[in-house]
Ligand binder design. Structure first.
Ligand code: PLP
Length: 400
């Protein structure tokens, strides 16, 4: 009898983590690799947040807390949802866990029975499909091509809904495409969901504050109050406050679901770190002025890198409306040959070639279920991004 459960074979390790790890290994071996694979801001956690963590430790906040968050951090989250999203949750409608990833994992584990379907617009964050599979659900991946700005359309959603559909997973701004739904675009989708009472929305809003060109962020429960009881609004301090390592994610949603998520968490991780919860509270309650400043820095980098990538023959780069990734189309390079005579058949081959020939690490579009593309993280200095573009330009020019 095998030691390992068949569950392990259903999923793959995160391709973006694997690409980051490969870049790290090459760097350790002395190669000058520029890794544009990471899904985390390159800014530091704000000093007042770090100080709040130190103060919490000095006060002795180093013990178990309530499973799904201290009353203090829940209060800060309640205030945030009200202030920024116009959403009013009671404390028992809020969950706190070890990152948005853990929140989503708990939600899927708490709701999916074998065969339940989860609609996932593609390109999508790598973990949605694998977490659905772990929870014995069926990912229903809907391709949202560049011609529709990588966004799900109402008719597409309507056609995909079945009696087994439990969730529609929305992520705006989107990792990896940057697609950011306007109020009207969201309303078209929520109108469809309203007609199907078995369908719930999981809105992954972790890139809420990284929105460009003066666009306004919207979230489904705010756009359609009629779906408040059918929506889990997921967020985290990870991207907004450059706190990926602190591992604090949270959600507001229906009390029954929040209670079930708490039950699952009580038998797995218990509470998120007490010190991190104190830090998250300081981030949410503290000054917010640096948040738009950082978004403006990402916008400047986006503009520069989109301009540079557009000069590379064979690449075409859609301008993202939010998040900190670019998702260039590389159809023009498919079928070309490397100087060593290897054919570039797909975006994975291209990512391997860019790593070897340009020493630039990117993630292949197949990881996000929409090819041929690759993802570049612009969470790096403008100088490094420019150098990466120069290297990629040289390497792509050598393809024949
Ligand atoms: N959701 C999306 C769309 C992401 O891109 C990520 C991280 O890359 C997460 C969730 C995970 O966030 P956290 O670090 O808070 O678990």
């Amino acid at each position: 009898m095998s030691l390992l459960s068949p569950r392990v074979d259903r999923i793959k390790p995160s391709p973006s983590s694997a690409a980051t790890q490969r870049a790290r290994e090459l760097r350790a071996a002395g190669r000058d690799v520029i890794a544009l694979t990471a899904g985390e801001p390159d800014f530091p956690t704000p000093p007042h947040v770090c100080e709040a963590a130190v103060e919490a430790m000095k006060r002795g906040e180093t013990r178990y807390t309530t499973i799904d968050g201290t009353p203090e951090v829940k209060e800060a989250i309640r205030a945030k949802f009200k202030r920024e999203n116009g959403l009013e949750y009671a404390s028992y409608q809020i969950a706190v866990a070890n990152g948005a990833k853990h929140i989503i994992f708990n939600a899927l584990m708490a709701t999916l029975a074998p065969g339940d379907e989860v609609i996932i617009p593609a390109p999508h964050w790598v973990s949605y499909t694998d977490m659905t599979l772990l929870a014995e659900g069926v990912p229903v991946v809907l391709p949202c091509p560049e011609e529709q700005a990588f966004k799900l359309r109402a008719a597409q959603l309507e056609a995909a809904i079945t009696p087994r559909t439990k969730w529609l997973l929305l992520n705006s701004p989107c990792n990896p495409s940057g697609a950011t739904y306007s109020r009207e675009e969201l309303k078209a989708l929520t109108d469809v969901v309203l007609r199907h009472p078995q369908v719930h929305i999981l809105s992954d809003d972790v890139y809420e504050h990284i929105v460009f060109d003066g666009n306004r962020f919207c979230t489904p429960a705010q756009v359609e109050p009629g779906l408040f009881e059918r929506t889990l609004t997921v967020n985290a301090v990870s991207k907004t406050y450059a706190m990926t390592g602190w591992r604090i994610g949270y959600a507001g949603g229906p009390a029954t679901l929040i209670g079930a998520m708490r039950k699952i968490q009580s038998q797995s991780t218990t509470n998120a770190s007490s010190v991190s919860q104190a830090a998250a509270r300081a981030a949410l309650n503290g000054p917010q002025d640096f948040v738009p400043e950082r978004a403006a820095a990402f916008q400047a980098r986006r503009d520069r890198v989109v301009a540079l990538l557009s000069q590379i023959p064979g690449l075409r780069c859609h301008k993202p409306e939010g998040a900190f990734y670019l998702y260039p189309n590389c159809a023009g390079l498919m079928g070309k040959c490397t100087p060593a005579g290897r054919r570039i058949e797909n975006d994975q081959d291209l990512a391997i070639y860019l790593l070897e020939a340009a020493e630039v690490a990117v993630v292949q579009g197949s990881a996000y279920s929409l090819s041929p593309y690759f993802r570049i993280s612009i969470a790096a200095s403008i100088e490094l991004l420019e150098e990466a573009c120069r290297r990629m330009q040289r390497a792509c020019a050598q393809l024949v």
